[in-house]
Design a protein around this ligand. Sequence first.
Ligand SMILES: [Zn+2]
Length: 166
Amino acid sequence: METRLCEFCLRSGVLCSQCREKLRSGEVSELYMKVARFLLEIEDKYPMIQDAKLVDVVEADGILALVVGRGDREKFMGYGGRLIREVRDAFRRRVIVVESGGSERRFLEDLFSGYRILTINVIWLPDGSSETRIVLAGRRLNEKRIRALTEIARRVRGISLRVEHT
Ligand SMILES: [Zn+2]
């Protein structure tokens, strides 16, 4: 698996000066390092992720979002969800997988995976900023989940999200 830290540093637990600097500057978080190390440990069981990329790891309100390379989501979601369950059990967080890059719609579909999206539209505000409004049909999300996913959308894609139900 391709990560933002050296594989050798992650495996040995002893960081080179470059990796140390990435952590010190906040370019890479402590959480990212822990998740990347864990995934490297288990990747032999899940060969599909060996050529996948772990771009970032974001945590909000009990949800752990793995931000992976474009086209890599299926590699993490495969194996009947076994890999995701292993990460969930190790970090005791609900785990979701989204891709970096790609369209905003695709990102939102992955973010709200398992829910039915009725509409997505962008609302322009008088100050020139925009808000993305997403309307879900069917199964409702609770407030805590909405807050968590909204926070993840903001941090991963810079999207200001407003979630509504029909
Ligand atoms: Zn290193």
